[in-house]
Design a binder for this molecule. Structure first.
Ligand code: SF4
Length: 290
């Protein structure tokens, strides 16, 4: 596999083979995100992507069980590209169990119901979608360009096509000013999107991003650790999807949690209460990552 620039994948794809079929993110304007600022968005040459799959097949073949298609919103690929990639992947990796990618809500909404169902029939199986917040004010401020309602509509369409969803929220995204609304509305959006998997990450203000410039000008203030934990508490207590696996195992978080929501919401809230009262050790600042 050949890669250009920084490469990112969700924690649960740590053991996946990564194909960089697109470069960067087609939006690339979320104020907090520095992931793909080093490259302009483009679709990688399909022959190169297919050659990478063949090379990975020769080297790892039967050992590959997961394929993650990068970069930031690879669902944007057209149907001919997806067909070629997914059929080559099936040929090269006989034990493939999961193919996944990051997706923006607009990538889902730009595809028809038939196209989404066809992608599922070609074995694309999971989408990672990051609304980061359900609070309309926060969504606007962080540059998401997507509304609460559009996220719900995208989730409904993906579910109807049989695509699993892993939905990501970002503690601290509302700043101190919108902290309570951000937590509450994020729980409401998690409930409405009703995904199979939910995750919370914690915002780090990355230098050189628009958010860092807002912080310098006093227009954004990151909540303190106790307030971030309070956001997390609100989220686990109020999010009521049918049955979602929830994790805070990302390196950015102060308190790793895992459980099912809503079943384990009260137990996780009790763990957070213990952390808030100082009875549980938090991840030290030096070992946190983006
Ligand atoms: S859509 Fe995702 S990858 Fe693109 S700028 Fe926003 S957070 Fe970054």
């Amino acid at each position: 596999m050949r890669y250009q620039g920084s490469l990112y994948r969700p924690p649960s794809e740590a053991d996946a083979c990564i194909l960089q079929a697109t470069l960067g993110c087609s939006w690339n304007r979320c104020t907090y995100c520095a992931m793909y600022r080093d490259k302009a968005f483009s679709v990688r040459d399909l022959d190169e992507s297919l050659a990478d799959l063949r090379e990975a097949g020769e080297r790892f073949g039967g050992r590959v069980t997961k394929l993650f298609v990068a970069d930031g919103d690879a669902l944007i690929l057209g149907m001919p590209e997806w067909e070629a990639i997914l059929s080559e992947a099936a040929k090269q990796f006989p034990n493939l169990r999961r193919v996944s990618c990051y997706a923006q809500a607009c990538n889902v909404l730009e595809k028809s119901a038939d196209e989404l169902a066809t992608l599922r029939s070609w074995d694309l199986s999971r989408l990672y979608i990051g609304p980061e917040s359900g609070d309309p004010v926060t969504l606007k401020r962080i540059g998401k360009n997507t509304t609460f309602e559009q996220f719900v509509e995208a989730a409904d369409q993906a579910r109807a096509a049989g695509l699993e969803q892993s939905v990501i929220f970002l503690l601290g995204a509302g700043g101190t000013e919108r902290s309570a609304e951000h937590a509450r509305e994020s729980a409401r959006l998690a409930t409405a999107m009703n995904p199979e998997f939910l995750a919370a990450l914690t915002l780090t203000v990355v230098p050189e991003t628009p958010l860092a410039r807002m912080e310098e000008k006093g227009r954004f203030e990151l909540p303190g650790i106790l307030d971030l934990l309070t956001e997390l508490r609100t989220f686990v207590a109020e999010a009521k999807p049918d049955d979602a696996l929830f994790r805070t195992n990302h390196a950015s978080n102060y308190l790793p949690l895992a459980g099912r929501l809503p079943r384990d919401g009260a137990a996780m809230a009790a763990s957070i209460d213990a952390a808030l009262s100082g009875q549980v050790k938090l991840r030290p600042e030096w070992s946190r990552g983006l």
